[in-house]
Design a protein around this ligand. Structure first.
Ligand code: UDX
Length: 423
């Protein structure tokens, strides 16, 4: 089938690439010329395991194309996916500017019947809005249907999740349109849930917010464990053995970051506010997540009796989680900013993030490996649980440090293996 994808961010690029991999002819459209040129050269603009190989292979097979030209992208498409960003607006609500623009682009340029599939994470009712915009501006007589198909892929596992995820949700108020979207995913063996558009939109927010609540909950339990001398890893394991709870997303640490949980929880609270429905559980999860980073900084400051001025602090990990170069809402940002403000000398090392403009205002040193980062450090902070850090030989690393003090922000180092002060 001929498919177009609007937006080549995480969701759009992975969706387009995987759809070409399962045999569709896909054109990906983006307004960013630099990005499109990078993609045409066969280079993935994001670090995502396995993506670049798939991208190059399907481009060579002539099934995957990239363009900035709207008409060219829509020319023969039977299905158009919208995968543009819906960033957090000032009041916490999702900003729908790009979504509205995509709807207008479709309305102005499509000359054939088409099913529009909204993959972007959007507030309940946004699919109706897309339909209205298209109806208002499209050429009369065309049959254009709008279907909701939220995306659940995780960064770092994006290709895997798209091919082997837990579910595909198709929210269609028009059955035939829903059937067509279902047929697009046909070669993928993932259970499909068919529902109406509003429920599909809600499933995405409700799922992300639930996971955010789960993380904030275990983080608060972890703080209590620390105060009372219990071991959070054992507690998580014990809770996780209850199938009603499940072990996943019970890893206590610095809290959630990334492009989805922070903005989707805020957007859900905003939806509640507009409907006069309390979302106090989600609000508390957001608050707890903010506090979690500060508690970590406080712990570091307490160790130095409040004075980190001139101290060398080694920060291991910048990305918001392992296997990604994404820095959006990363805990490292808040932690580093707070410590720099107190006069600490920060040396960072991340296996993938080699520089970020976010820290250009600070005088940071980027080390080129773990050894260099921790050498002569007054304290070492494990901020992202990259495998490289977990597997490192911590007893030799600690010999390089000035003080053998490690703050394990991800509860990943087994204290008995590290003969240091390990928080
Ligand atoms: C998430 C959802 O999982 C995905 O379904 C949705 O489509 C997009 O948002 P992602 O943001 O890529 O995906 O990362 P995920 O692996 O879910 O982790 C989110 C955040 O939670 C990270 O900051 C991670 O460090 C944190 N986390 C996760 C924990 O702190 N503890 C855990 O046990 C699990």
């Amino acid at each position: 089938m001929n498919v177009a994808v609007i937006g080549t961010g995480y969701v759009g690029l992975v969706t387009g690439t995987v759809l070409s991999e399962i045999g569709h002819t896909v054109v990906c459209l983006d307004t960013d010329e630099n990005k499109i040129n990078t993609l045409i050269a066969g280079v993935s603009p994001i670090f995502e395991p396995g993506l670049e190989e798939l991208l190059q292979r399907n481009m060579e097979l002539g099934r995957l194309h990239f363009t900035t030209k709207t008409e060219q992208a829509f020319k023969d498409s039977k299905v158009i996916f919208i995968a543009v960003g819906t960033p957090q607006g000032e009041d916490g609500a999702a900003n729908l500017t790009y979504l509205k623009q995509a709807a207008k682009d479709i309305a102005f340029h499509v000359v054939q019947d088409v099913v529009v599939v909204v993959k972007s994470t959007v507030p309940v009712g946004a699919n109706d809005m897309v339909e209205q915009i298209i109806r208002q501006y499209a050429k009369p007589g065309l049959d254009i249907q709008v279907v909701s198909n939220p995306e659940f892929l995780r960064e770092g596992h994006a290709v895997q999740d798209t091919l082997h995820g837990d579910r595909i949700v198709i929210g269609a108020d028009n059955e035939k349109a829903g059937d067509l979207v279902e047929s697009v995913f046909n070669p993928i063996r993932i259970p499909i849930l068919r529902t109406d558009r509003r429920s599909a939109e809600m499933i995405k927010y409700a799922s992300n917010a639930f996971l955010a609540v789960k993380i904030s909950y275990i983080n608060q339990i972890s703080n209590l464990c620390e105060a009372l001398g219990a071991d959070i890893r054992a507690v998580s394991d014990g809770m996780g053995m209850d199938r009603r709870i499940g072990r996943e997303f019970l890893n206590a640490g610095l809290g959630y970051g990334g492009s989805c949980f922070p903005k989707d929880t805020e957007a859900l609270v905003n939806l509640g506010r507009k409907s006069d429905i309390s979302m106090s559980i989600v609000e508390s999860a957001i608050q707890a997540n903010k506090e979690q980073r500060q508690l970590f900084v406080d712990k570091v400051l307490r160790h130095f009796e409040g004075d980190v001025n001139g101290k060398k602090i080694a920060v291991l990990g910048l990305a918001f989680k392992p296997n990604t170069d994404d820095m959006r809402e990363a805990p490292s940002i808040d932690i580093i900013s707070s410590l720099v403000a107190k006069g600490a000398r920060i040396v960072v090392y991340d296996p993938v993030v080699k520089h970020t403009p976010l820290f250009d205002q600070f005088n940071l040193t980027y080390a080129s490996n773990i050894d260099e980062c921790v050498t002569k450090a007054d304290a070492t902070l494990l901020v992202t649980e990259w495998e490289e850090f977990i597997q490192a030989d911590w007893s030799s690393l600690s010999k390089l440090m000035k003080s053998e003090v490690i703050f394990d922000g991800r509860n990943m180092l087994k204290t008995h293996e590290v003969e240091t002060i390990c928080y």
